[in-house]
Design a binder for this molecule. Structure first.
Ligand code: APR
Length: 238
């Protein structure tokens, strides 16, 4: 399949863990995925943070270490190239917390589930997230905010509200093409975005080696790995 993008088109892209799989980062729900080795409720909920912040930091420190070693793959690069060809008409929303899109050159993007390379105060004290790539060996090494709160990963835990939802909804409403890559369609609200885009009149394409749970909502489903499909997927016309 080829997506022909015309001068009046606006492209909204949603990515998930599958786009970073070819960079060596595990997805969540595969048989060897992250949620096979860990329980969500032990490492990725506000209650886990309250009960056992050391385990939460151990999980995210290990993920920081893995993400820092990974490199962008041809799928990240294809999206960065497309953005450079469509200034102001391209928007990327990722569920991923790694920074492989930025390192490939993407500029207009939001991390709706947070960012591994940042930390923030555990309280809503108003302090913004800070850059933090440290891989902590113990909780004693983790710093504190000026207000006294402990720094927590800048990650949206299950049960918390995703980031930048107003901006995401505005961009979805303007899209004429929506491309979704490497996400199983099992986590909301991201799994709803395809419905919102279709409601706004966009054509919707999914790329990945397995059908996502919300496959029926797409106008096209392309079976394949992101790094193999994306570099050949777009044709930008003047
Ligand atoms: N190219 C494209 N897709 C791939 C590839 C690949 N090379 N390899 C695997 N996939 C697909 C899988 O088929 C699967 O559908 O990526 C998807 C990964 O699904 P999940 O593991 O469920 O990850 P994701 O959908 O991103 O999870 C959403 O859940 O745990 C939370 O907050 C976490 O952001 C995450 C959210």
């Amino acid at each position: 399949m080829t997506i022909s993008i015309h001068s009046t088109d606006r492209v909204f892209v949603l990515t998930g863990a599958g786009i970073s799989a070819e960079s060596g980062l595990p997805t969540f729900r595969a048989s060897d995925g992250l949620w096979e080795g860990y329980r969500i409720e032990d490492v990725c909920t506000p209650e886990a943070w309250e009960r056992d912040p050391a385990s939460v930091w151990a999980f995210y420190s290990a993920r920081r270490a893995a993400a820092q070693k990974a490199k962008p793959n041809p799928a990240h690069c294809a999206l960065a190239k497309l953005e450079s060809q469509l200034p102001e008409r391209f928007f990327l929303c990722t569920q991923n917390v790694d920074d492989l899109h930025e390192r490939a050159g993407s500029v207009h993007l939001v991390h709706m589930h947070g960012e591994l390379a940042k930390s923030r105060c555990e309280y809503e004290c108003g302090a913004p997230p800070v850059e933090d790539r440290a891989v902590y060996a113990s909780l004693a090494e983790v710093g504190r905010c000026g207000c006294g709160g402990r720094l927590r990963p800048h990650i949206v835990f299950f049960g918390e509200v995703p980031l930048e939802m107003d901006r995401i909804q505005r961009e979805l409403a303007k899209a004429t093409w929506m491309l979704v890559v490497g996400t199983s369609g099992s986590v909301y609200p991201a799994a709803h975005f395809v419905h919102w885009a279709r409601h706004a009149g966009a054509r919707t394409v999914y790329v990945g080696p397995e059908r996502p749970l919300n496959a029926a909502a797409f106008t096209h489903v392309v079976d394949g790995k992101a790094g193999e499909v994306l570099p050949e997927l777009f044709q930008v016309e003047d």
